[in-house]
Structures are given as structure tokens and as C-alpha cells.
Design a protein around this ligand. Structure first.
Ligand SMILES: C[S@@+](CC[C@H](N)C(=O)[O-])C[C@H]1O[C@@H](n2cnc3c(N)ncnc32)[C@H](O)[C@@H]1O
Length: 270
């Protein structure tokens, strides 16, 4: 494994992200060294704030705390995007118990608009793990039925203008273009995750192919197992990937290395 390609592990100074490299660090710090207006597309899912056991990150803040923190990385995301840059932000539409519900994607949309993003749309897809329901509320009664919301949403935002400034090479298939622009996405979910809550290569590829040209620069500030980085490499895009966990950075680097040198590797790409 090419350890030298993980930047930032064990260092105290702020690491500068390099193109086509996994950078280990806090995205709020690392993003500060990304130049203004340099990124074509951000594809990301931040930690969900639902108590997932990540390595090195506590995923259970109060929602108020979570949104204050989200405002900071959304501001940085806006700064680094080109004027025609876009962001695909994955999160749940509605979650929680009957007593306490949260609407992260709606709230993140509001915060994103408040820091200067513009809203293009929100596509939805079904999460099979949430679709397996265990709670009905008041069974067969209108008293207090519990309505499940097994959806994740992709908030599609942009910086200044939706239309891209230049023409480039698009590589999306006709079939995928028609399906994705309908807004209800069918995603092959990931069942072999090496980190908690990784999304699938299918999901990353759909976003990348729909929203960027071949050769564009794509950023994932919450890279986890490197699904966006892997998909970029596979589809001729450049990437910057930031992840706070050294363990996940190594997993991501192994996936990328396996793609770059398939013959020497036994690691099965996710
Ligand atoms: C939902 S997961 C992303 C999974 C990723 N999309 C994948 O396919 O593997 C969120 C990730 O954000 C990371 N994270 C949390 N806080 C972070 C921070 N401040 N800077 C960088 N990464 C962070 C967590 O360690 C976790 O891996």
C-alpha cells in the first residue's frame, strides 16, 4: 500500500490537500488551504448525527450543535467551489422516533441558502435498511400511527449559476440520464461496507456522471472509505478527499491502490 499518499496522518501542521490523494485531517482545517473557486463539484455525506460508531468521531451532537458545525463546513464548501460549481449533499429527509424527529436535509438546505448557496433540486432514494420497519405506532388506528420515512435525499445546490461555463465531455448513459433527471433514484446499496455508513460506488458514480465533466475536480470533505475518490479515479475525474480517521484513510487508499494496480492486489474493490 502506498502509505506516502496519505497526507496528514500523525502530523500537527495543517496538511495541504493534493489532487488525487486522500488527506487525513479535520475538513474544517484542511479545506482552509484549498484555493477559492477551484472545485467543480462536491459530492458528500457528512456524519448523520444518529449515533453511528465512527472511528474517532462522536456522531451524537445536539441538533443545534450539529447545525452550527454544518454551517462552518457549508461556508467553506461554498468558498472553494467555482462560480458554476455544484454540491450533491446526501442525508436523511426525516428521521427519529415518534417523540423526537429531525429533518436534516431540510435544515441543511436552509443553512446552505443562508450562507449563499442556491438550490437546484432534491432527488430521493430509498434506504433499504430503514425500509425494514419495526414500529407501527397505533396499529390499524388513526390515534398515532408511525409513518416511516425510509428515504435519503440528495440536495443539489450550486454556487452562482447552474449552467456550466464551458462545454466538456459528458459520459453519462442515455438510460441513466433519463432515470436520474426524474428525481427518484434507484441506487444499488452497499452491503459490504468497510466503514460504517459508506454509500455505494453506484451512488457516487451517478452524481459524478450527472453533475460533472470528465476531467473535472471533485471534492469529498467527509471521504470515509473513499467511495467518491474511487469513483472519480474510475471515471476520469480528479479528486480531493478529506477524512478525519487515519483508519478510514488507509481503507480508502487501499481501494484506490487496488484500482490503480489491479494485478498486484488482493483487495476487493467495494
Ligand atoms: C457518512 S460517513 C461518509 C462515508 C463515505 N461517503 C463513504 O462512502 O465511505 C461520514 C464520515 O465523515 C468523517 N468525519 C467526521 N467529521 C469529520 C471532519 N471534521 N473532517 C473530516 N471527516 C470527518 C467520519 O469519520 C466518517 O467517515
Amino acid at each position: 500500500m502506498a502509505n506516502s499518499e496519505i497526507i496528514g496522518a500523525g502530523q500537527t501542521a495543517r496538511p495541504a490537500p493534493k489532487i488525487n490523494t486522500i488527506t487525513c485531517g479535520d475538513c474544517l482545517e484542511v479545506m482552509q488551504s484549498i484555493p477559492d473557486c477551484s472545485i467543480d463539484l462536491i459530492v458528500t455525506s457528512p456524519p448523520y448525527n444518529i449515533g453511528i460508531e465512527y472511528d474517532g468521531y462522536v456522531d451524537k451532537k445536539t441538533w443545534q450543535e450539529y447545525y452550527l458545525w454544518s454551517e462552518l463546513w457549508l461556508r467553506e464548501s461554498l468558498r472553494v467551489l467555482k462560480p458554476d460549481g455544484r454540491m450533491a449533499l446526501n442525508h436523511y429527509l426525516s428521521l427519529g422516533t415518534a417523540k423526537e424527529r429531525a429533518t436534516p436535509l431540510f435544515d441543511l438546505n436552509r443553512i446552505a441558502l443562508s450562507v449563499g448557496f442556491k438550490h437546484h433540486t432534491c432527488a430521493v432514494w430509498t434506504d433499504i435498511t430503514l425500509a425494514k420497519r419495526t414500529a407501527w405506532g397505533s396499529w390499524l388506528s388513526a390515534s398515532a400511527p408511525y409513518i416511516n420515512a425510509p428515504f435519503e435525499g440528495v440536495l443539489i445546490l450550486f454556487k452562482e449559476r447552474w449552467k456550466k461555463d464551458k462545454r466538456g465531455i459528458s459520459d453519462i448513459s442515455k438510460e441513466d440520464f433519463i432515470k436520474l433527471t426524474r428525481g427518484r433514484w434507484e441506487i444499488k446499496t452497499e452491503t459490504r461496507g468497510k466503514t460504517p455508513a459508506n454509500f455505494s460506488v453506484d451512488f457516487a458514480e451517478k452524481n459524478i456522471k450527472l453533475l460533472s465533466y470528465v476531467g473535472d475536480l471533485v471534492l469529498d470533505p467527509f471521504s470515509g472509505s473513499g467511495t467518491v475518490a474511487y469513483s472519480c479515479l474510475k471515471n476520469g475525474r480528479d479528486f480531493m478527499a478529506i477524512e478525519q480517521s487515519e483508519k478510514y484513510c488507509r481503507i480508502a487508499e487501499e481501494r484506490i491502490h487496488a484500482l490503480r494496480s489491479p494485478a498486484q492486489n488482493t483487495v476487493e474493490p467495494l
